[in-house]
Design a protein around this ligand. Structure first.
Ligand SMILES: *[C@@H]1O[C@H](CO)[C@@H](O)[C@H](O)[C@H]1NC(C)=O
Length: 298
């Protein structure tokens, strides 16, 4: 009797694990076409500290940071609407105080700039990274969301992507949507809908705020810190000088199938939010006694 019971317990654990694993590995039905990979050098340049950026023989790129400097890269061109992805393996070990950013931004010197951010906030050894996302439209940001990832982002490469068209912006991790920002111009909310954006990444010192709100500082004995990148993919409407007719361009990322999340992807987004989200500006009533208007639709 006792052995039957313990067997049953083990079986139910196995079933539970199977179900849990299946629900995490099922790809979104709204999948995107396979990436059109290109070399780092054809699409990007080093924008900060050449001697801290290493382009390896296999085409992967390492951003490094030590006490002298962090580092970064930027796309050569700018784009309006598209699909952008790369694979990143984040700083391992004690990465407290380090911030790895991967983002799209229009001209940052303008107070009316648009920006779509992934920011990975490092942590002490064994403690979870935070993935913070933010959306700026016409200079208005302060739309942070934060989540823990469902894997260790320092153990291997994972794909981080942004799909951007005139109706919706979809942030995804390994094709799983983690955030959307819809065009809510009709609610009086600005939307990034024409300014060309470049694609950027950087590794920098954020110890004043990044890890446990700034309590954990950078431990420089672990330097240099390294974030690795590969599988560079930009499929987007080039608009470097702002003269491109990207609003009317015919492209898969602007097609009807990608102007909203389908039911499966919406379920996935809701699952991720329920399970992994630790902060959402939409529910921060101290900051926003009345939730910003876009919150009801995103
Ligand atoms: C770091 O780990 C602590 C303790 O587990 C956690 O509270 C915090 O959210 C983690 N992430 C960051 C970036 O502070």
């Amino acid at each position: 009797m006792a052995s039957f019971c313990s067997e049953k317990t083990i079986m139910s654990k196995i079933v539970f694990l199977l179900v849990a694993c299946l629900s995490i590995s099922s790809a979104a039905s709204q999948s995107v076409p396979p990436p059109k990979l290109s070399t780092f050098a054809s699409q990007y340049t080093v924008s900060w500290s050449t001697d801290h950026v290493l382009v390896a023989a296999d085409g992967s790129v390492q951003l490094t940071m030590d006490q002298v400097s962090g580092s970064g890269y930027a796309s050569k061109d700018m784009y309006t609407f598209g699909y952008v992805s790369t694979q990143i393996k984040l700083v391992g070990g004690n990465s407290a105080g380090t911030v790895t950013a991967y983002y799209l931004s229009s001209d940052m010197s303008s107070p009316y700039h648009d920006e779509l951010d992934f920011e990975f906030l490092g942590n002490t050894t064994g403690q979870p990274y935070i993935l913070q996302t933010n959306v700026f439209a016409n200079g208005v940001g302060a739309r942070e969301q934060r989540l823990y990832l469902w894997f260790d982002p320092t153990a291997d490469f994972h794909t981080y992507s942004v799909l951007w068209n005139k109706e919706i912006i979809i942030f995804a991790v390994d094709q799983r949507p983690i955030r959307i920002f819809k065009n809510n111009v009709n609610l009086g909310v600005d939307y990034p809908n024409f300014k060309p954006m470049g694609i950027y990444s950087s590794l920098w010192n954020g110890e004043e705020w990044a890890t446990r709100g700034g309590l954990d500082k950078i431990d420089w004995t672990g330097a240099p810190f390294v974030a690795s990148y590969k599988a560079f993919n930009i499929e987007a409407c080039e608009n470097t000088n702002g003269a491109g007719n990207c609003a009317n361009a015919v492209a898969w990322w602007s097609g009807a199938a990608y102007q909203s999340l389908d039911a499966t992807s919406l379920n996935e987004l809701n699952y991720v939010k329920r399970t992994y989200m630790i902060y959402d500006y939409c529910t921060d009533t101290e900051r926003y006694p009345q939730a910003p208007p876009e919150c009801a639709t995103n």
